[in-house]
Design a protein around this ligand. Sequence first.
Ligand code: 5AD
Ligand code: SF4
Length: 360
Amino acid sequence: MVLPENPSRSLLEELLEGAGPDEELFRSARGKLLEEMGGEVYLRGIIEISNRCRKNCFYCGLRRDNRSVARYTMEPREIISALQEGYSLGLRSFLLQSGEMLGERHMEMVAGVLEWCSDRIPDARMVLSLGELPEEAFDRLRIAGGHRYLLRMETSSRDLYAACHPRDGLHSYGERLKALEYLRDTGWQTGTGVLIGLPGQSERDLAGDLLFMRDFDIDMVGMGPYIENGSTPFWKLRDRLRSGEERTLLTLRMTALARMLLPGVNIAATTALQTISDRGLERGLRAGANVVMPNLTPEKYRRNYNLYQGKTLVGDTLEEILETLKARCAGIGREVKLHHPGDPPRYRSRMMEMGDAIER
Ligand code: 5AD
Ligand code: SF4
């Protein structure tokens, strides 16, 4: 399938509705990936450093008002020990993730961990996903050693954004967009993404999301299916959702189209995709994704990082998890690339355009 240079929103909408044979779409996306960056699979070790959050998104289990979650924040030594384990097994990129917290203690803790990384594992790329922070905090974390930042737009539709978030002054579409622009323009490798299959979300909304990501010129994409959670306000809308398989297919079509519109970026086969579909990992990679994020959070904490239901809590060691991952990738003819930071070509060209140094 050949996608026109500048596809219209209506064409994308039709493709998301399943107008073309899916296998053909996925094959084209795969072809694009191979041509642009090879078929290697990059890994990011995720460490869910805290499940505290000041926000109250209607879809998310970590929302402030959810009293049924045992809140935790990992100690720096626990984070460092997870990093060391991942590093010793060949991981060279780590994602520190938490709910949104603005407190000085949290910032200082994260900055401290990043400084440790700059000093002890300087060849590792540190990715942060800590929500929408003040510009000074973004700067501070970059100086401390952060390389990449993931801030999902969640949806590029203002109306849907408003329907998914409380109107309490903390959840503003405009502010989120501003934060994302700031990240992009200050040298961060910048990632964004959306939730797929939210109640009330149309294929037209998703087509708009694809064009938004292309026009915004991001370096990485993290997007996955919405999965219901019994402790959130959106639980009451569960009868209106598309089936799990429909959300999976939509996610795969979004992945393939994102790959075709943004050939040189990193795109993850997300945990949510792997949760909603048994072979989500293989299916995501075959639709054009090239990044997988094994979870390094200690098990006692991981059970409390419940954004949605059904997240698998495998008791395997990291070594076993990596072996399984390698075998599953090999099963679809793809090789896991260890000892490699996995920077996307688009970031390099973007930095050159910005006239900046690539290496810091
Ligand atoms: N289903 C899937 N993903 C979710 N997230 C939050 N809640 C859910 C859910 N119910 C995602 C959001 C957020 C990321 C941390 O987790 O996109 O950015
Ligand atoms: Fe907090 Fe992020 Fe969940 Fe919203 S989606 S409640 S900001 S963790």
